[in-house]
Write a protein that binds this ligand. Sequence first.
Ligand code: SAM
Length: 310
Amino acid sequence: MHVEAALAPPAPEPPQDSDAALARLLNEGIVWGDAAYWLKRLPTGSVDLFFTSPPYADARAYSRISPDQYVAWFKPFALSMLGATSETGSLVINIKNRVAKSGPFRGQRHPYVYELVLSLQRMGWRWIETYIWSKPNAIPGRFGPRTKDSFEYLYHFSKGPKPYFEINAVRIPYKADQAEIARRLKDTNGRRNTDAGFGRDRTKTYEHGGADPGNVVSVSQTYNQHKGPAGQHTAVMPEGLAEFFVKALCPVNGIVVDPFAGSGTTVVLARRHGRRSGGIDIHEEYVEIARQRLVDDHIEQSAGQLSIPF
Ligand SMILES: C[S@@+](CC[C@H](N)C(=O)[O-])C[C@H]1O[C@@H](n2cnc3c(N)ncnc32)[C@H](O)[C@@H]1O
């Protein structure tokens, strides 16, 4: 039996027909269901981006998955997502390390994250990049012989060799002031090499409307327990994190699916930015929270009007 299924009351099955399953997911926004069944039902090559934060090993009340079993637990989901992803599509998994509580690694960092990445690569997912989500406001505390956890990983995999990637959608504001930018735009001196032989054409520095983002994405964690329905979920992702990956990895009007939707952050952000989106969660109470978020964001109507080309 599925680990999560053992903890939650049985969720309804998806429609038999795969086009109908996708249509329902996108129209409802958030469905109550087990991703193990829903992902298998999605049409081949239909999804542009799977963006998700699955339950971490051993982490929360809703996740009793031991790090030792994590890869075996996740692989069937990854295989179904591979089939449902388009040739230019991607999968992004947000995950973090754990300290092993038992076994040969007790007291050490457990290697399950790295084992997962290698196993997905062997499955056929192309490992494109590792991003670090840096949390400037990570929770203080005592963590034994280590500092507090102030980052998590986001692993970007693609289905094919040329995934959609729009860096211009996620450029960051230049640090230089306006006068310096204006001066550089007039600079005709071109490439200047350093003694080490490196050089770049400085005349082009400010032509892109923003600086190149790096693979360390700094977003403050949001603890909005007292601010609304999303606060009742224990692992709400900050909106800025979902926004960065949705904008960079899925074209406008493309399809974004979050199989472990929780309070619905991915779907809210994807719809807000003009992508079609749906999420799945196995806990009915989280589904209600997520649906309320969609309503509060005033995006339920426009999402309902989107036409689905299947
Ligand atoms: C880390 S939380 C996701 C949080 C989400 N990113 C947000 O911002 O609220 C993981 C979610 O996966 C759900 N989940 C666990 N197993 C599942 C399954 N088999 N199918 C669907 N959802 C599942 C849990 O109920 C939980 O809400």
